[in-house]
Design a protein around this ligand. Structure first.
Ligand SMILES: *Cc1c(COP(=O)(O)O)cnc(C)c1O
Length: 393
C-alpha cells in the first residue's frame, strides 16, 4: 500500500479529532522511528513523553512477551503475581504509600479528584467542595479532567462540566491564596506545566503551595503524567523541590508504551477510599504491570536518571546557544529532558520542516517547540538534533 492509501483508509473510518502528519509510521529502534517507506526519523517527541526507554528495548519486549504467554488479564477481584511487585516499585519511586492503577493519564486524574472529594467528605460531610486548578494547565480530556484543565477553548462546547473548580495563576502564590475558601479540598497542579508551554513551578511557588495546603488542610495533587518518571532527572519532578504531594498522578512513561497510569496517595488520604468507591476492568492488569515492573528495573540497570542529568545539561547548553543565535527564539525553559523553546512566531512550519528532514518534534501551544525525547538519548543525538533543527530554521 502507498502512504496515501494507508492515510485514506484511516481517515475514511476515523472520527476526525486529529490533524495528523502525513506520515505512516511502522517501527522504531532506539531513538529512531521508521515510516512505511523506510525513511528514518530522529525522535525528540517519544510518543509525547511516553517512550522513555526508547524503541525496541529487548529486555522490555521480552518481559511483555513472557507475560503474554502467561496471562494478559485478570479481574481486579483477584490478585496477580505481578501486582504487588509493580505497586511496590511505584510506591517506592514516588514516596506515596498506596497506588491505584488506571489505563491512562486522564483516568488517573479522575481518580485523584474523586479521592480528594471523598477525603474532604469524610472530614466534614459536605458535598460542595472546591478544587483550585491552574490557568494554562492540562489534565486530560475526560469530563472531570477537562473540568480542571485551564483552557476554555477545550471546554466550551462540552459544558456543563463538573462543578466546584476555580482557576488561579500558575507560579503566582497570591492568586492561589485568594481562591482559597473553607470549601477548598484540593489544589491540583502540574509540577512542570507541559501542554501549557513547559513552565516549571518556581521553588517559591511550590513551597508556598505546600505551606498553604498544610495550613488550610487542603490536599496537594501533583500531576506528574508528563514530567514524572525520570524526565526531569529525578523519578518524580516534585523531588527536585524536596516536597511531597498528598496525591500524585502519573501515566505516559510509566508503561513506556502500554496504556497504564496510576494515582498514588499518602496512607492517610488513601484510606478515604473503601471497596466500591472506585474501580476499573482493565486498570493494572498483568500485561501492563509486567511493563511497569520492567520499566522500573530498566531505569536502574540503564542508569536512566544519571543519563538524564548528564544529557539534559548538554541539551540546555545547545538550546541556549540556539537562542543566542536566532532572533525569533525568545526563551528556553524546562527541567531535565522536558525543554521548550518559545518563539516569536508559530512553530508549525518548523515542525513540518523537521519531519521533512527526518526529525520529530512536537509543539506546546502555537509558539513553543517542545523537546521530550526518549530518556536514553546521548549527547551525539543532541548534536544530530541541533544540526537537523538548524536546517529547519
Ligand atoms: C498527557 C497528559 C494528561 C492526559 O493523559 P492521557 O493519558 O492522554 O489521558 C494529563 N496530564 C498531563 C500533565 C499530561 O501531559
Amino acid at each position: 500500500m502507498t502512504d496515501q492509501e494507508y492515510i485514506e483508509k484511516a481517515e475514511q473510518n476515523l472520527i476526525h479529532t486529529y490533524n495528523r502528519y502525513q506520515i505512516v509510521l511502522e517501527k522504531g529502534d532506539g531513538v529512531y522511528l521508521y515510516d512505511v517507506n523506510g525513511k528514518r526519523y530522529l525522535d525528540f517527541m517519544a510518543g509525547i513523553a511516553v517512550y522513555a526507554l526508547g524503541y525496541n528495548n529487548k529486555a522490555y519486549n521480552d518481559a511483555l512477551k513472557d507475560q503474554i504467554d502467561k496471562l494478559m488479564h485478570t479481574s481486579n477481584l483477584f490478585y496477580s503475581s505481578i501486582l504487588g511487585d509493580a505497586a511496590e516499585k511505584l510506591t517506592q519511586a514516588s514516596q506515596m504509600d498506596r497506588v491505584f492503577f488506571t489505563n491512562s493519564g486522564t483516568e488517573a486524574i479522575e481518580g485523584a479528584i474523586k479521592l480528594a472529594r471523598k477525603y474532604a467528605f469524610l472530614r466534614d460531610g459536605h458535598t460542595d467542595h472546591e478544587i483550585i486548578s491552574m490557568n494554562h494547565s492540562f489534565h486530560g480530556r475526560s469530563l472531570g479532567s477537562l473540568s480542571v484543565t485551564g483552557n476554555t477553548h477545550y471546554q466550551e462546547a462540552f459544558k456543563p462540566l463538573i462543578g466546584g473548580v476555580v482557576f488561579a495563576e500558575y507560579n503566582n502564590l497570591e492568586s492561589v491564596r485568594s481562591k482559597i475558601t473553607d470549601k477548598t479540598c484540593a489544589i491540583i497542579m502540574e509540577t512542570v506545566q507541559g501542554e501549557g508551554g513547559i513552565y516549571p513551578a518556581t521553588e517559591e511557588f511550590i513551597h508556598g503551595i505546600r505551606k498553604l495546603c498544610d495550613e488550610h488542610d487542603i490536599l496537594l495533587i501533583c500531576d506528574e503524567i508528563q514530567c514524572g518518571m525520570g524526565r526531569t532527572g529525578t523519578m518524580f519532578a516534585y523531588e527536585n523541590y524536596g516536597i511531597k504531594p498528598d496525591i500524585m498522578t502519573c501515566a505516559k512513561a510509566l508503561g513506556c508504551g502500554v496504556p497504564v497510569g496510576a494515582f498514588g496517595a499518602t496512607k492517610e488520604v488513601a484510606k478515604a477510599f473503601v471497596p466500591g468507591d472506585h474501580g476499573t476492568t482493565y486498570g493494572g492488569n498483568p500485561f501492563v504491570l509486567a511493563a511497569v515492573s520492567k520499566v522500573f528495573d530498566l531505569f536502574e540497570e540503564q542508569k536512566i536518571l544519571e543519563n538524564v542529568k548528564e544529557v539534559s545539561a548538554y541539551l540546555e547548553e545547545k538550546l541556549d546557544a540556539l537562542k543566542d543565535k536566532y532572533d525569533f527564539i525568545i526563551d528556553r525553559r524546562g527541567k531535565g529532558l522536558m525543554q521548550g523553546l518559545e518563539c516569536s512566531i508559530p512553530v508549525g512550519t518548523i515542525i513540518q520542516k523537521g519531519l521533512d528532514n527526518g526529525l520529530i518534534l512536537v509543539n506546546a501551544g502555537t509558539n513553543i517547540i517542545r523537546f521530550v525525547p526518549p530518556l536514553t538519548i546521548t549527547k551525539s543525538h543532541v548534536d544530530e538534533m541541533i544540526t537537523l533543527i538548524e536546517k529547519c530554521f
